[in-house]
Design a protein around this ligand. Structure first.
Ligand code: HEC
Length: 718
């Protein structure tokens, strides 16, 4: 049993889950999409839905903040890469310091209120982006967001980043832009941040769903982009005012050709923001070689556009690619989906995952480019019976490492996806090819399960351990405070991530931990099972503190092998004192002597004991997170996940021991008993000549519990 889980399965969870059926249908032409999609949708095989064994988790939510009327998109700020404009500008960099508006661990939320900032244009929607510190610090508790934040000296945990107000108009830095009178946020819906080499971008519906939409690029001071590369747009792209007018003929190779390369041509692919922008995602640097950022945006007419920060807006996929639900499927809940979530896969192929709330599916646009702008190579759809008005999608593991693509709307290599169903309030975890891996419902304290039409948007934290969710309506205990930001752990096929201590549902069993500590410190004797081969009499001998690392060379483990001098290949040594050469042996069952080093050993690797603080955390990392990191990151280094079979016979990525050959902390502890103390167990079977005393699994479990509970001593540095 693992401790620290915030969830309980509502269905039975076996070791192997039969995978649910999915439909991944491909179309070579996007013009035929809607008709063809309708056909595939009706062909969905129903037999495959019997015998659902997908794990279904209940996730305990922590209410981070309440008082967020018309709340929509959410995004963790994340760390901005060195080399980008924010770390490159001392004033901007200040804004990323702890407690400041772009502190990497804060969360931005799009809200339909100005929070006291005077509205600049009463004809347009108000709205703001708030920066919220979600850490449940000492002051703890839910943040009650004041309705007026303009004089907010009080709670530094919530700050007004930008709003539909004078200070934040495009004309502040871009007086001559065609969109000079528009604000950074106005009816804001969705947030994507270029953590690689740029800034936060906001998708807005300043005129509701039916009127012109906008996508804005904002500086750390909340105003649209200063020194914008586009004079026409500045930091605000809107309607058809900022469509592309100049196009590169081809990818330029040098500075001169760059200058001569442009021609007046209008759009390369037609399309614009005639309707509200409900979603946006960073696409990385432009394929034109200029190095400028490009974002995709989804509009309320179901079209997708691409926005080049210098050259302006082109189409990508026509209206009707996705559907808000207007006039198509009516579910008896508001037709405005709030957001249309989008996530970008950059590696190894490029694709956009876009929710289609009106047709209960995901649309996948596989992208190519013509060295000037992005084009759609293929459109696919993913339909699952568990989709119920999906409104948002997020990377299970956001791409935080790559300096060209880093953004929480970008999938890390191989990352799964989380999908938020507004219809029934559930969350799904899907593989990139559309397999349903797990489901979850959200338990709100004082309310129970989150019901229909409350879920607004979803984002994953940089550590892939928690999910930020925005919900509409009142949270229990906070009458009159519409809209909330909540935190839940991420989840997968095998369980959930542990999150902050506040959300840990099941406290570690204090008795078990105490017993484990005692066993860890016990000096074993031949009478209690020590030997016949052993390195020390107790765990604590090599892990003093307890839990630390001994630097006494006598406590270093000696891994041995035989290297064939001719071929250079290493071969395992068939000897009881291998592959770890124990230093001590029992003679006649009692007297302690030095153990024989096997004669074939010609390679000895000395292994220093590890400090064990936090060692349990490695057990909690989902396999998929490890696997997702086992990709080339462009620096010539590539990891490989070591799949092993654990003591229960289940396949899992190895985490402990020699080359990660051990899958769980319990197995590691059992191995340490056997290798270091010579104490065998049901897990690690008895060796020849071993003492008849086996370590019971209860003691292994106790020691594992103790290691899980092990905290750094006060004041110690990790
Ligand atoms: C003789 C010294 C010695 C003793 C006794 C010892 N260990 Fe260790 N331990 C080590 C060394 C050396 C390593 C690092 C192994 C390596 O790097 O291959 C280690 C590593 C570990 C790890 C981390 C493994 C990983 O891959 O991250 C755990 C957990 C652990 N020991 C638990 C225990 C427990 C529990 C006991 C008592 C049953 C114990 N050890 C007894 C020397 C010892």
């Amino acid at each position: 049993m693992r401790t620290g889980r915030a969830v309980a399965p509502t269905d039975s969870v076996g070791t192997y889950q039969a995978r649910r059926c999915f439909v991944l249908s491909g179309f070579s032409s996007r013009r035929t999409l809607s008709k063809a999609a309708a056909i595939f949708f009706s062909l969905l095989p129903t037999w495959a839905f019997a015998g659902d064994q997908t794990p279904n988790w209940r996730l305990n939510a922590r209410i981070v903040a309440v008082g967020l009327p018309d709340v929509a998109g959410v995004r963790e700020v994340g760390r901005f890469h060195v080399g980008g404009p924010i770390p490159g500008n001392p004033e901007f960099l200040m804004a990323t310091r702890e407690g400041r508006v772009l502190d990497p661990l804060r969360v931005l939320v799009a809200v339909g209120s100005n929070f006291g900032a005077p509205a600049d244009d009463p004809a347009l929607e108000v709205g703001a982006i708030l920066s919220i510190d979600p850490r449940a610090g000492k002051s703890g508790g839910t943040i009650i967001v004041p309705q007026d934040l303009t004089g907010n000296g009080g709670d530094a945990r919530v700050q007004l980043y930008t709003a539909q107000s004078e200070r934040f108009l495009n004309r502040r830095y871009n007086a001559r832009a065609r969109t000079a009178r528009l604000a950074a946020a106005s009816g804001p819906r969705y947030i994507s941040i270029n953590n690689a080499f740029g800034r936060p971008w906001i998708a807005n519906a300043p005129n509701g769903l039916a009127g012109e939409g906008s996508v804005t690029v904002i500086d750390p001071d909340g105003a649209p982009l200063a020194n914008a590369p586009s004079r026409e747009a500045g930091g605000v792209f809107a309607g058809r005012h900022t469509d592309r007018e100049q196009a590169p003929k081809a990818q330029p190779s040098g500075w001169l050709s760059k200058l001569l390369n442009y021609q007046a041509s209008g759009q390369l692919t037609s399309g614009g923001m005639q309707t509200g922008a409900l979603g946006t995602a960073f696409l990385g640097p432009s394929p034109d070689g200029s190095g400028f950022a490009v974002f995709a945006a989804v509009t309320a007419d179901g079209g997708v556009v691409q926005i080049h920060v210098q050259d302006g807006v082109d189409g990508l996929a026509g209206p009707g690619t996705v559907s808000t639900g207007q006039g198509t499927v009516s579910k008896g809940i508001g037709d405005d989906p709030g957001v249309i979530g989008v996530a970008f896969k950059w590696n190894p192929d490029r694709a956009l995952y876009i929710v289609d709330p009106g047709r209960d599916r995901l649309v996948l646009l596989e992208l190519e480019d013509d060295r000037r702008h992005f084009t759609v190579a293929r459109t696919r759809t993913i339909s699952l019976p568990q989709f119920d008005r999906p409104v948002d999608v997020a990377a299970a593991i956001p791409e935080i490492a790559n300096p060209q693509f880093s953004s929480h709307t970008t999938l890390a290599g191989g990352s799964d996806l989380f999908v938020a169903n507004r219809g029934d309030g559930s969350l799904l975890r899907l593989s990139q090819d559309g397999r349903l891996l797990a489901r979850a419902t959200i338990e709100i304290p004082g309310l129970g399960r989150l019901g229909p039409d409350r879920l607004r948007a979803i984002a994953t934290s940089a550590d892939a351990q928690r999910i930020w969710i925005t919900i509409g309506g009142e949270a229990p205990g906070f009458p009159g405070r519409e809209g909330a930001l909540i935190e839940i752990p991420t989840f997968g096929e095998h369980g959930t991530a542990t999150t902050t201590q506040e959300t840990q549902g099941i406290p570690a069993d204090a008795d078990l931990v105490a017993r484990g500590k005692q066993v860890f410190q016990t000096d074993f004797t031949p009478q209690t099972g020590l030997g016949p081969l052993f390195n020390a009499a107790s765990c604590v001998a090599c892990h003093p503190g307890p839990g630390g690392a001994s630097i006494d060379e006598n406590h270093f483990a000696r891994r041995i092998t035989h290297m064939d001098p001719g071929s250079g290949r290493t071969l395992p040594i068939d000897h009881p004192n291998s592959p770890v050469a124990r230093r001590h042996a029992l003679r006649d069952g009692v007297a302690i002597a030095s153990a024989a080093m096997p004669g074939q050993a010609n390679v000895v690797s000395l292994r220093m004991p590890l400090a064990l603080y936090g060692i349990a955390g490695i057990d909690e990392i989902p396999d998929s997170v490890i696997e997702a990191q086992a990709i080339s990151k462009g620096d010539g280094i590539k990891g490989r996940a070591h799949h092993v079979v654990d003591a229960q016979g289940a396949s899992r990525v190895g985490r402990y021991g020699w080359k990660a050959d051990i899958a769980t902390l319990e197995d590691m502890v059992a191995n340490a008993f056997a290798n270091e103390l010579g104490i065998t167990s049901a897990t690690v079977s008895r060796e020849a000549g071993a003492q008849p005393i086996e370590q019971s699994s209860a003691q292994i479990e106790a020691v594992a519990s103790y290691l899980r509970a092990l905290r750094l001593p006060d004041g110690a540095k990790p």
